[in-house]
Design a protein around this ligand. Structure first.
Ligand SMILES: NC(=O)c1ccc[n+]([C@@H]2O[C@H](COP(=O)([O-])OP(=O)(O)OC[C@H]3O[C@@H](n4cnc5c(N)ncnc54)[C@H](O)[C@@H]3O)[C@@H](O)[C@H]2O)c1
Length: 264
C-alpha cells in the first residue's frame, strides 16, 4: 500500500478559526502529524492530531511547537479591520514569530495567509496580478502587506521556502455581489493550501487564492498549478447588491474611509 500521508508533520496556526477548521479536516488524512495551534483551546479529534493552546506572541512557545515540523500553514491572526496596534501585533509580530520559529527549526515550507485586501484599492475594472505594487484598503491590508514582506525577507535572507496566499472571500456560498468576484469556496481553499504545501521549488511566491469566478479581478495564471473548480456565477441569482462601478475599489465597503475610521 502506498503512503498517502506524504505531508509529514504540519503545523497549523489559527486551527480553531473558520479556515483552520476546514483545512484541518482536509489535512488530517495527508499529514503524519498535524500540530494544531491557537490561542483558544482546540480538541484533538484524531490520532494524528496534537493540539496546543498558544499565543502567536509567545516566541519561545512557537519555537518549541515547531520542533520537527516539515511545514507550517499560518492562518492565525485578526482577519479584518481593527485598531492599528492590535492588528499589527497579531498579524505582523505574530507572523515574524512564525517565520523566526520556522527558521530556527529548519522548517521546509511556510504558507502564509495573506489577503486580497493587501491590494483592495485597485479598481474592479482591472485584472490585478500579485506582482503589482500593494494598495492596501485599511490597516488590516497594511498588516498583510507586511506579512508578505516578512515572508520575502525570510526567503531572500535565510533561504526559507515561503508561499503567500492572497485569500479571497472564504464562504460556504457567495452572499453578496462582491463575492461573485472574490469568492473562495472551501473546496478551492483546501486545493490552494495543498498546492502551496506541495509546490516544488518555491523560494518565494504570492498567489491569489480565489475560485474560478467568471467575474474575478485577480490574475490566477500562476496559481501553483492548482486549477480552481468552483464558480460563484452559479449563485448569481441568489445574491443581493448592485453591480459596482468600474472605477470603484475591489475592496468594496472595506475600502470606505468609515470602515477604518471607527477603529481610530
Ligand atoms: N476568511 C476570509 O475570507 C479571509 C480572507 C482573506 C484572508 N484571510 C486570512 O486567513 C486567516 C484565517 O482567517 P479566518 O477567516 O479563519 O479567521 P478566524 O478569525 O476564523 O481564525 C483566526 C484564528 O486565529 C486565532 N488567533 C488570533 N489571534 C491569535 C494570537 N495572537 N495567537 C494565537 N491565535 C490567534 C483565533 O483564535 C482564530 O481561531 C487569517 O490570517 C485571515 O487574515 C481570511
Amino acid at each position: 500500500m502506498t503512503n498517502t500521508r506524504n505531508l509529514g508533520r504540519v503545523v497549523l496556526t489559527g486551527a480553531a478559526g473558520r479556515i483552520g477548521t476546514v483545512v484541518r479536516a482536509a489535512l488530517r488524512d495527508e499529514a503524519e502529524e498535524l500540530v494544531l495551534l491557537d490561542r483558544v483551546a482546540v480538541d484533538p479529534l484524531n490520532p494524528v492530531e496534537r493540539a496546543r493552546q498558544l499565543d502567536l506572541l509567545d516566541l519561545d512557545g512557537m519555537i518549541a511547537a515547531f520542533d520537527g515540523a516539515d511545514s507550517v500553514v499560518h492562518l492565525g491572526g485578526i482577519p479584518d479591520e481593527a485598531g492599528f496596534a492590535e492588528v499589527m501585533e497579531a498579524n505582523v509580530q505574530g507572523t515574524y514569530h512564525v517565520l523566526e520559529a520556522a527558521r530556527r527549526q529548519g522548517v521546509r515550507r511556510v504558507v502564509l495567509a495573506s489577503s486580497n485586501r493587501a491590494a483592495g484599492f485597485y479598481p474592479v475594472s482591472e485584472l490585478v496580478s500579485p506582482a503589482r505594487p500593494p494598495r492596501p484598503d485599511g490597516f488590516y491590508g497594511v498588516s498583510k502587506v507586511a506579512v508578505e514582506a516578512l515572508g520575502r525577507l525570510y526567503a531572500d535572507k535565510f533561504g526559507l521556502s515561503v508561499v503567500c496566499l492572497r485569500i479571497g472571500s472564504f464562504e460556504e456560498e457567495p452572499r453578496d455581489t462582491r463575492h461573485l468576484a472574490t469568492w473562495l469556496s472551501p473546496r478551492d481553499c483546501v486545493g490552494f493550501v495543498r498546492a502551496a504545501l506541495t509546490a516544488p521549488d518555491a523560494s518565494f511566491t504570492t498567489v491569489y487564492a480565489v475560485s474560478a469566478n467568471t467575474r474575478r479581478y485577480w490574475d490566477t495564471s500562476d496559481a501553483l498549478g492548482y486549477v480552481a473548480v468552483d464558480n460563484a456565477e452559479m449563485f448569481a441569482g441568489k445574491v443581493s447588491g448592485v453591480e459596482p462601478a468600474p472605477d470603484s475599489p475591489q475592496g468594496g465597503v472595506y475600502a470606505e474611509a468609515a470602515y477604518t475610521l471607527r477603529h481610530i
